[in-house]
Design a protein around this ligand. Sequence first.
Ligand code: ATP
Ligand code: MG
Ligand code: MG
Length: 410
Amino acid sequence: MGKHPVIGLLGGGQLGRMLQEAASPLNVELAILDAAGSPAKQICENAKHVSGSFNDPAKIRELAARVDVLTVEIEHVNADVLEEIATKGVSVGAGRPLKKVPCHPSWETIRLIQDKYLQKEHFLRAGIPVAPQMAIEGEALTAAALQAVGDKYGFPFMLKARKGSYDGRGNFQVREPADFDEAIRSMGKLSLYAEKFQPFVKELSVMVVRTEDDDGKLRDVHPYPAVETVHEDSICTKVFLPPRGVQVEASEEARKVASNVIRTLKGRGVYAVEMFVLQDGNIVVNEVAPRPHNSGHLFTEAVPYMSQFKAQLCAILDIFPGKVTLQPRVESAIMLNILGGAAEDSHDSLVDLASLSYDKDMDVYIHLYGKASKPGRKIGHITVTSASAQVSGLEQLAAPLTLEVDKIRS
Ligand code: ATP
Ligand code: MG
Ligand code: MG
């Protein structure tokens, strides 16, 4: 890698946009593969950008030829092409040798994580606690197959698409046999697996930074503090730091589990580990995202010296400070997602309110992604932090904002 390596990014959505925001002060160059005018491209001109789909092999090769290292802001990319580019290389002109371009996280990790069933089989083999799951074999989903799951796991159970899902699109909760028809109608054409329902009391997420030497040998894992994620209709709506009503020991256990999870994967970068906390305090790993994540947004303000985006860049470039503790500089923080509502301007009053909000005990930060609004689409987020108030106090201070957030969804 040269002194000023160029990072090629597959996907130019909001995560790419915030990665660019972290890259600018470091003078790190990002070349982005996505449609022209995508959120990340809106904020940085670069002749090395490639216009097109991050799933198009030819476009991925075109990007790779222009950069020193590849990374992703989304895991649903073509892992075979990433493998080819990293192991065989990519053409950089007639008569010249092929150039190998590494990918961080590794294409192997991306491929594994893409299939949620295989991902969890891998964790199971590594001794990580995951929900019992079974693959659903055969071309067509049948009521008999669903009944067999119900017999084994009881009701409700989760029917999940193995690949391509996000924000709960690709999940179906089967509450009773009467749901079979609907499950078959809406999920029948996908490659599926079933998961035992986890009656969790909390959902936690831990962002983990993984550093490696040039030979791929693990240097270290650095977990951020655990956060509480709140999902409504399977989409993350709110994040709390520290988690509300969770013992410090449980949060520390979550960090340990998350670190163990990330030790089993390959490649540098930040990862999100989503977990369930059960009634008895046990932790079950739900899934991993091999990239910056919605649950890590609040660290931009809470850990201002090392946002998850800066961590991603530093890890990829192998300039991550090994001694960093990732301790917050605030007492508490809350992140509220701005989701598109029924009308294109449904979120305007929330943004206005956030712009005007001020309290001596609460700092308010707005992030808008430059995306057109659609119902349920993540178009921005608001982070509030407090240097003085505990998370319950901050929750009260932020209540008018939360009310407005909930209003958009109703
Ligand atoms: P993401 O946007 O995080 O990638 P996804 O589409 O991959 O989401 P999951 O993380 O599998 O979906 O599930 C979304 C949410 O649905 C979880 O955060 C949790 O609230 C709920 N959920 C998923 N699996 C289970 C389960 N086995 N038991 C109970 N609730 C579950
Ligand atoms: Mg997922
Ligand atoms: Mg998830």
